[in-house]
Write a protein that binds this ligand. Structure first.
Ligand SMILES: [Zn+2]
Ligand SMILES: [Zn+2]
Length: 155
């Protein structure tokens, strides 16, 4: 997919997002520098910067020394490109970081400091995905237990 040069409106606060060029990865990310500090990533961009060793200095540089507005993370958000509702997903089991994902274009929105927090928790992408998978399995198990309890109750 080609880099996206469209002007993006922040899905969390509605401000125009600013493009920041990542030299090492050779692509642009959209950051809500004038609003909430959120970061929008296109499909596949996350893989290039979710590990601690992958340099995101341009993002940190652009974001530092600014005040960001508070946003409600619990409300449903719309994809800034497809204008369809996004789905909230865990990207980390450790600190319960939830991002908004668009299932149509694969874009992802991180609230202020969530990307940084996620990167600091895992050494590799595989490690992170294994952890998320484990969390999904655990909640599946919980669901089975709950279903059983409900069944037993009805006897
Ligand atoms: Zn924003
Ligand atoms: Zn989308």
């Amino acid at each position: 997919m080609a880099d996206n040069y469209e002007i993006i409106t922040c899905p969390a606060c509605g401000k125009i997002m600013k493009k920041v060029y990542l030299e090492n990865q050779d692509f642009m990310v959209d950051i809500c520098l004038d609003g909430c500090g959120g970061i929008w990533l296109d499909n596949r961009e996350l893989k290039k910067l979710d590990e601690k060793a992958e340099d995101i200095t341009p993002i940190s540089e652009a974001k530092k020394d600014r005040d960001y507005i508070e946003v409600n993370k619990d409300v449903e958000r719309e994809c800034p490109l497809c204008h369809k509702p996004m789905v909230k997903n865990h990207v980390s089991a450790k600190q319960d970081i939830t991002i908004d994902e668009c299932y149509f274009c694969g874009g992802k929105f991180f609230d202020h400091s969530e990307l940084e927090a996620m990167r600091n928790q895992y050494n590799s992408d595989d490690e992170r995905l294994a952890d998320v998978r484990r969390l999904a399995q655990e909640s599946e198990k919980m669901q089975i237990i709950l279903d059983r309890l409900i069944q037993e109750d009805s006897f």
